[in-house]
Design a binder for this molecule. Sequence first.
Ligand code: KG4
Ligand code: ZN
Length: 359
Amino acid sequence: MRVLGIETSCDETAAAVVGRDAAGRPAIHSSIVLSQAGDHAAFGGVVPEIAARAHVEALDRVIAAALRDAGLAIGDIDAVSATGGPGLVGGLMVGMTTGKAIAAARSVPFLAVNHLEGHALTAVLTDGIPFPYLLLLVSGGHTQIVLVRGLGRYERWGTTIDDALGEAFDKTASLLSLGFPGGPAVEAAAARGDPRRIELPRPMIGQPNCNFSFSGLKTAVRMEASRREPVAEGDVADLCAAFQESVCASLADRIDRAFSRFRAEFPDASDPTLVVAGGVAANRRIRALLSERCAKEAWRLVAPPPKLCGDNAAMIAFAGMLRLERGERSASDVAPRSRWPLDEQADALIGSGRRGMKA
Ligand code: KG4
Ligand code: ZN
């Protein structure tokens, strides 16, 4: 089985081919990710119309490159899967329409995949980990702790009640004039700063749930910055360092709570595993914190390589392949969904996923 995956839900145009090797293990034959970040930088965020147009212009080339890298022709593809949501509808339409057209022309199955499911299952693709496991998904549009029981069986244990973590990094960068996307810039500035000189709040610590909140922290950064106008380079570094430490303290508390809950629900689990995914998982300070927590609590930490933590199509091809192997396929009139929670039972929290366009 060789599945062509297509990802166009936000500002990356991506295509990949995933299959299985002779031993039945999943294998990534190719994965091409073309970032549109440069197209959106001047606007300080992703502009939906620009994103959709850029996907139209790039997708055919990106698919051709994915096939070429895999050493395959379009006729070698057994199925096509494309992100069906959540995300920006314009971009989703481009990917789904292209995917459906290829599937129809080749008479192979088509599957619309949940982008969050792609992130959730990446560690199964890269590390072959068994179910159940805990997932910390930290990206530009989502901040969630999810119990992954199996394919299609997700329980959301915690989510943000306001901003996503990547969004908080981006907004902090923007108000300190560090550019977009802000996460890597904040991390770089933080490495030069003193995390103790400026005191910032540490949100949600001690709350009896696994939820997150970052808008108060962002406001505190704004107030500390405006008090120091014009903000000197040293202050920018110290603010970034303090911001990152507050984020880490909050994440540590939320993760510890999720660990306790997992232990209570699965007292016999011998090798409890935490998977971290999403663009923010590229942050080295956050990775170090998670390693330290996991080592202390005897958890295994699985962090897919940064290329597969951020948005990509290999995760979409893989999720599609698992569902196809289970006999599923999408109807030809399946429509894109701007909102598509992983856990359909969980209540929508006020303010969460406000942007609703990045995952
Ligand atoms: O998962 P992703 O590539 O795209 C979606 O959000 O769908 O995540 C992008 C987010 C952005 O908000 C970006 O600022 C953040 O991940 N990010 C980081 C780092 N690298 C990317 N945040 C903190 N530290 C980083 N090194
Ligand atoms: Zn994503």
